[in-house]
Design a protein around this ligand. Structure first.
Ligand SMILES: [Zn+2]
Ligand SMILES: [Zn+2]
Length: 247
């Protein structure tokens, strides 16, 4: 079996702050063309990620650049994306009007390094999630809180893709899949992070959800990477017709 993605919607550029992503938008485009990709999205970290987030002015600047690049490289379609953040326990995010106006595709994932909505949100989502590794009782409590937060964010906002579900925090992955089904949110099999992992793919594929492979490339060399994801999907017995960016 020789499967490949023809589109990669999870690529970070130099607009992710603090040199977190490496390439310029044109570097990324050239590399994607070289790989024969038909469509890409540059999806930098969301505005409230204080370590790596894109700045508002760069969302607008990237939009103009992408419009120009689409004219210059007609052999590929370049979308502007964002990897937005969950910012509160009741399902708020950093998706605002600037994002919805400029972005063609909206991804969202849970990340640390985010300015959470309130002190309490920060305490619970950062500190308690950290200690949840060490206590069964706390872990149970956090699974409930984290799952509910992600369910709510999917219902509150129009999110196209939930990135690396099951990564970084404990969740009830089946409830996440159910919310994804209800809200038409695609679940990512992230090639850089180990999630969705094999067990998770098995569980969530019982629901009527679609999947996407994202390289999560932070440098141009990793654009289009999909081998790890494909391996996990094969091992989980996933029907490849359900992965939207594979041929
Ligand atoms: Zn991420
Ligand atoms: Zn990412």
């Amino acid at each position: 079996m020789n499967m490949k993605t023809y589109a990669d919607y999870h690529i970070h550029s130099e607009y992710s702050r603090n040199k977190h992503g490496k390439g310029t938008l044109e570097d990324i485009t050239k590399r994607a063309v070289e790989l024969g990709l038909e469509e890409i999205a540059v999806s930098d970290h969301g505005l409230k990620h204080f370590m790596f987030g894109i700045r508002t002015k760069n969302v607008k600047k990237a939009r103009e650049e992408i419009n120009e690049l689409n004219k210059k490289y007609p052999q590929i379609k370049i979308l502007q994306g964002i990897e937005a953040n969950l910012t509160s326990m009741d399902g708020h995010s950093d998706i605002n009007e600037v994002i919805t106006k400029n972005c063609d595709i909206v991804l969202l994932g849970f990340h640390y390094g985010v300015t959470f909505r309130t002190i309490k949100d920060a305490f619970v989502l950062l500190v308690l999630n950290y200690f949840a590794k060490y206590s069964d009782k706390l872990r149970k409590k956090m699974i409930e809180i984290n799952t509910k937060a992600l369910e709510e964010v999917m219902h509150k906002y129009d999110i196209d893709v939930l990135t690396h579900p099951g990564d970084k925090i404990f969740v009830d992955i089946e409830r996440i899949a159910k919310a994804a089904e209800e809200t038409n949110t695609i679940l990512e099999i992230n090639d850089s992070h180990g999630h969705l992992n094999i067990e998770e793919i098995k569980k969530v594929s019982k629901y009527n959800v679609k999947f996407i492979i994202g390289s999560d490339a932070h440098s141009v060399e990793n654009i289009g990477n999909c081998d790890n994801s494909i391996e996990r999907a094969v091992k989980a017995g996933l029907d490849f017709k359900r992965i939207i960016n594979i041929k």
